[in-house]
Design a protein around this ligand. Sequence first.
Ligand SMILES: C[S@@+](CC[C@H](N)C(=O)[O-])C[C@H]1O[C@@H](n2cnc3c(N)ncnc32)[C@H](O)[C@@H]1O
Length: 446
Amino acid sequence: VSKGKIFLVGLGPGAADQMSGRARQAIAESAVVVGYAKYLDLIKDLLDGKESIRKGMTQEVDRCVAACELARDGKTVALVSSGDIGVYGMAGLTYEVLLQSGWTPGDGIGVELIPGITALSACASLVGAPLGHDFCTISLSDLLTPWPVIAQRLEAAGRGDFVIALYNPRSGRRQGQLVEARRILLRDRRPDTPVAIVHSAYRERQSVQLSTLEAMTDCDIGMLSTVLIGNSSTYFDAGLMITPRGYGRKYADLTGEVKEGERSGRSLSMGLGGWKACARRFLRDNQSHSLRQVARYFDVPSGEVLEAICEAGDKDPAGVYAAASIRPGKEADVLEAARDWGRLRAVVRNEAGAVSELLLHAIDFSRRGDWLNLENEHFHLHVNWSRVHRAWMLRRGDDLRSLYFTDERQDVVFNLSLVRKEGELEEAAVQCFEQAWNQLCVGPKQ
Ligand SMILES: C[S@@+](CC[C@H](N)C(=O)[O-])C[C@H]1O[C@@H](n2cnc3c(N)ncnc32)[C@H](O)[C@@H]1O
């Protein structure tokens, strides 16, 4: 029996000249073409003399099963889809159907996937260069994806300042999803963030609307629209939507000299290897800032700033701050040592922003299993000790001595500070603190 073959073909956005040569060739080599009726209409010129199997919009599984059965009968089949067949397309489903029937690559029927221009790049090309920096796609279709999952992705993309392409933004029955997406994105993004809505790119009824995040829901948006939402630096100019790549951060102007402090061909001074030095410079220039304020300024967890302070050197001090990290595995030891530090202030913040500040005596804490219990006759506070990943000691001039416990993401779980008496730290407590620093920290710095 001759082996059949399935071509998984991405047709591109719609216009014949946006289809790849290989896609055309694959259709020419196929005896049967399977696809959604409207996509087959887009390529009717290529179907002469071929069997074509037209299926409805919701019959994706039927299309895959039909293609697999025909290939098993020895036929060469093209399963076609708009855009890229691997992007919200039928490639995954076809592989699943095949694998579930015991098929493995290289054994039995052949499979070749032919990429196509996806809606994302097709639509972007019609409005300028909105994808000039990191971007993501999110489908608002909740027919197969639970809404909480979609909402979480919107939230993460908003927080991460990604340019976002919304696929399946709205249909006759799904009107509320785009309104909800806008509400979520407005938490992190300005209302005047540029938005482009491209409808039927490279097809007969192609249209482009330029709008803003605030106003986008008033636009004409349907099943064949893709919504491109800019990031915090995207702008409109002369009717074009542009997301800059960041050249302005490095060069005085686009053709000009490298800016002071930057080096051609090297990471930006705020790159991985340099941003901590920038944080230390900021600490030198802003001595009254708290650790938390600095973390907010750089939009990083406080643990990252603690790390930047730890790496300070004589030539590169962190202003009035010095820090050291507790040796791994010694986090509980420093807690024990803190029993000799007299009165302490514990600060715990919850995710909603409530802050508890508790004055306690070292004797007030105990450990039970995963929990660290801070309790006396006035309060009971239970901290999940299993979240503690690292511990840090921090000095700020003569007025602050603190212990920070951070989780795996470098967020603060809680912190403890020596309490001042009449404006001064108690000398005995400071001595015990310094002793713990010398005994328990990695490469203690004086
Ligand atoms: C199921 S997805 C299929 C995506 C397709 N596989 C691709 O790579 O473009 C359908 C969604 O893609 C977007 N889309 C597909 N073709 C488009 C076009 N020509 N113009 C604008 N958006 C398009 C729309 O958001 C539509 O709701």
